[in-house]
Ligand binder design. Structure first.
Ligand code: SF4
Length: 269
């Protein structure tokens, strides 16, 4: 793992994402190494020759966050890399940013797959308007371990519970949804006592990890390969359309708050 310390002038970047005005990414690179990581495109903008997951840039900024600038704005921490990757244990960049945000009037969201977030529970409790989003796309630890090096599913669920018990708004982000392998109803059943909301996103297979994921399915779940080929090679969106309806019906009939982030246009030709 190559670790670089870089100096930046500002932690805030204007967001291009829906539902946020600014993003903060305290690190570039992510040792969770998810095989489906959309953020791996960052590699080509940062002159890294290492594989995604084999480097991390730690951003140091000596300028305080401008709290006036973010008044009543939406701030998203960890939009492209997990701000609670394991290097945060040592560098505490995210922790220092959160300490600055305690007195802000911004709406803060944090997205992570790491139980390390619980280290900062006393700080999180004091942020006025906070949502913590933890990603879970399976209850199968073997599949999880095949796909990423982040915290176990058990630890992610425990983290949701602790956050919820401390009256912090929690979201379970069911993403990326792997056709058939992601059982969204079971995930909701396991987590519904600790989650205020669920978000859903379909799997997008982009270069360079597209082949790796399809080969994984071919080897580990050969019976599913025809379906994956249909979706990701033939670009048939019927599966996603049906799943989106199923999710909507399930959530409405079970009174579950949810947002759907399916991006059908990305899988069309
Ligand atoms: S946790 Fe997020 S940023 Fe990190 S490797 Fe996984 S998908 Fe990429």
């Amino acid at each position: 793992m190559k670790v670089n310390i870089i100096n930046v002038h500002n932690y805030l970047s204007v967001s291009k994402l829906p539902d946020s005005d600014f993003v903060i990414n305290p690190y570039i690179g992510c040792p969770h190494s998810c095989k489906y990581c959309y953020a791996s495109f960052m590699k080509k903008f940062t002159n890294h020759c290492e594989n995604w997951g084999d480097f991390i840039d730690v951003k140091i900024c000596n300028t305080p966050i401008n709290l006036k600038k973010i008044k009543n704005k939406k701030i998203f921490l960890g939009s492209v890399t997990d701000c609670y990757n394991d290097f945060e244990k040592e560098f505490k960049i995210t922790q220092n940013i959160l300490k600055q945000l305690i007195n802000s009037d911004a709406e803060i969201s944090i997205s992570t797959k790491n139980k390390l977030i619980i280290r900062d529970i006393e700080i999180l409790k004091n942020i006025k308007n906070l949502t913590v989003c933890i990603s879970i796309n399976t209850l199968d630890e073997t599949f999880k371990n095949d796909m990423d090096k982040a915290s176990s599913i058990e630890d992610r669920i425990k983290s949701l519970k602790i956050l919820h018990e401390n009256k912090i708004k929690t979201v379970c982000f069911i993403s990326p949804i792997f056709p058939i392998l992601t059982d969204f109803k079971s995930i909701i059943e396991q987590t519904k006592n600790y989650c205020d909301e669920y978000w859903f996103e379909n799997l997008n297979l982009r270069y360079p990890y597209r082949i790796e994921i399809l080969n994984y399915i071919k080897n580990k779940h050969p019976n599913l390969y025809p379906l994956y080929k249909n979706i990701f090679i033939d670009n048939d969106i019927t599966f996603w359309q049906n799943l989106e309806k199923e999710i909507t019906n399930y959530c409405l009939s079970n009174k579950i708050n949810f947002k759907n982030y399916f991006y059908h246009e990305k899988i069309k030709k």
